[in-house]
Design a binder for this molecule. Sequence first.
Ligand code: PLP
Length: 324
Amino acid sequence: MQQHYSTKMKPLGGYLELQNEKGLDFYPDMLRLNTARNAFEYILKIRKYRSIFLPYFTCQVLMEPIRKLGISYQFYTINEHLDPVLDFELEPGACFLYTNYFGIKQDTVIGLSKKFKALIIDNSQAFFSEPIAGLDTFYSCRKFFGVPDGAYLYTECPTRLKLERDVSFDRFAHLIKSIDLGIEQGYANFQENEKKLSNNPIRRMSLLTERLLTGVDYKECRYRRNANFMYLHDFLLDYNDYVFDASFVNGPMSYPLLTTSTELRQKLLEKRIYVATYWPNVLEWTTPKMYENYLTRHLLALPIDHRYNHSDMKRMLNALKQLL
Ligand SMILES: Cc1ncc(COP(=O)(O)O)c(C=O)c1O
């Protein structure tokens, strides 16, 4: 059909569209991209890195840009504090990727920033951790909020890539189905969406995701995460094999509980408490004797997000009390 109008002209009238609160962006000055893995690719491209050290303990999707760009890579190990074991040197052209695990490793990020220049911080699990001046840092929006995609990138490198804008209206099934029918009904759609996000080109964040993100009450989200995290920590501290300093929590992603039990995850699932495994690929990348392999099997990332309050946390603690 021939169009007789200019798409530049704002349309007036017609049907109404989905409505949401229009507020502020949390990171208005950062680059807005479609996924965190692509924000990572953006950095690798503009910095022209030729090789990378990345942790065994991370998500396999980070391999997408590394393979695509043909960058050589080496895995490094982490210790019981989830800090990197630095038994290597960075050659010129090489960079180092560190994940701000669960959003509670900002101290390590600060420490690393003093040691390395060619450092990339993966804040996919640490939305509320502000970037450190000079450090390339990326964020994944869908790990923290009800959006299907979206990423922020902080970089002081002046080079910019020219990009098209992504479109994400067909990635919403899990987000809306779960409201109507419950979270379990949307799970298959969630997995489909994970597949749809694979091997996409780097694009600017979709208008839809951008719009939804301006409607988030960030203050409340951060507050609830902190309150829920500390509620769990007060009790779980004595049971947790992962020892960490909780004095500066800043809207973390989840509560990391490390125990010797391998049954807790299944037992919680039977009580409708869903705990994701971070990250199944680590079991393939490591041998059973490695610490990362143990972490993947034994560490539970307990949900503490803005959907929950203290009575939900109490239910989770009651379930755990019977099992610990
Ligand atoms: C630590 C970590 N970094 C990056 C990513 C990639 O995020 P995105 O799906 O936005 O590309 C993930 C998971 O998907 C992750 O767990």
